[in-house]
Write a protein that binds this ligand. Structure first.
Ligand SMILES: C[S@@+](CC[C@H](N)C(=O)[O-])C[C@H]1O[C@@H](n2cnc3c(N)ncnc32)[C@H](O)[C@@H]1O
Length: 270
């Protein structure tokens, strides 16, 4: 657990407040949801997660912005959003108000979930953010503490093999791998053009991300008592894509992984 406001904390907080101000893609709340759309958006069936969320305790971890929190609340879940950015949490509250549902918001760093009780969630939903901190093991330990036995942990993160690589690495024949494959290697890259309008927004620092190798992710979650129930390599799969484009890049080098883990302490140790 990390309680101090270190450089990682400060950088993430400042950057995400600026992204909210610039109305960046991941900060725009979803205001056109109903229960059916919420279910389709979350894709619970595809992930093999229980569909009946009424009364289930859901934590949207580093998941502010008013997207997933609103969707879960519309499906009847008891939702808590934990995020480092007060602006992002404000978007969760306005989305909830818009939809006439309730969500609880808690500000903090995902490496320190001491504001949340032991075994207090049935599902921890962790959208893209794991690579914003250097050592994912600290986060996993905290998730293991707050999730209840038998509960689920969904985590979407950078594909460790391609972290920091984008379509800009096209050299005419392929995408050049340049960063070392080591845990915590910094893998910053410019935000994609579609993240926010650079003309309108003030200057915002690049994401500062840290590679988490696949072995660290899998071995540390297994050690904490999680069993893997689903894995997806998120990619484009349309034919005829233009080499050097984002879509072609994401068909060659799937940029994200999605995992669903089930917390079964004691089954494998941990
Ligand atoms: C890409 S967004 C993901 C959430 C958003 N709902 C979405 O689906 O796009 C990343 C989120 O992580 C949060 N974040 C970044 N660093 C964090 C940290 N160390 N602890 C907690 N939240 C963090 C940001 O404020 C932001 O809301």
């Amino acid at each position: 657990m990390i309680t101090m406001r270190d450089d990682v904390y400060r950088y993430n907080e400042e950057r995400w407040e600026a992204l909210v101000e610039a109305d960046a893609l991941f900060t725009r709340p979803m205001l056109d949801l109903d229960a059916d759309r919420a279910r389709a958006y979350l894709g619970l069936e595809r992930l093999g997660l229980p569909g009946d969320l009424a009364g289930r305790r859901v934590l949207c971890l580093a998941g502010g912005g008013g997207q997933q929190s609103a969707a879960f609340a519309l499906l009847g879940a008891d939702v808590t959003v934990f995020d480092i950015s007060s602006g992002q949490l404000g978007r969760d509250r306005s989305a909830a108000e818009h939809h006439g549902v309730e969500v609880r918001t808690v500000q903090g760093d995902m490496r320190d979930l001491s504001a949340l009780g032991d075994s207090s969630f049935d599902l921890v939903w962790h959208p893209y953010s794991l690579t914003f901190v250097p050592d994912s093991r600290i986060v996993f330990r905290e998730v293991a503490r707050v999730v209840d036995a038998g509960g689920h942990y969904y985590v979407m993160c950078a594909n460790p093999f391609f972290a920091g690589l984008t379509h800009h690495a096209w050299n005419g024949e392929g995408y050049t791998l340049g960063h070392p494959y080591t845990d915590e290697a910094v893998t910053s890259y410019p935000d994609q053009d579609w993240v926010y309008d650079r003309e309108a927004g003030r200057s915002i620092g690049e994401p500062r991300e840290y590679r988490q190798t696949l072995s660290r992710i899998v071995n540390s979650l297994t050690r904490e008592g999680f069993l893997l129930t689903f894995l997806s390599e998120v990619r484009s799969d349309r034919p005829g894509l233009e080499p050097g484009s984002w879509e072609h890049f994401t068909s060659v080098a799937p940029p994200w992984l999605e995992f669903v883990w089930r917390y079964r302490p004691g089954v494998l140790g941990g």
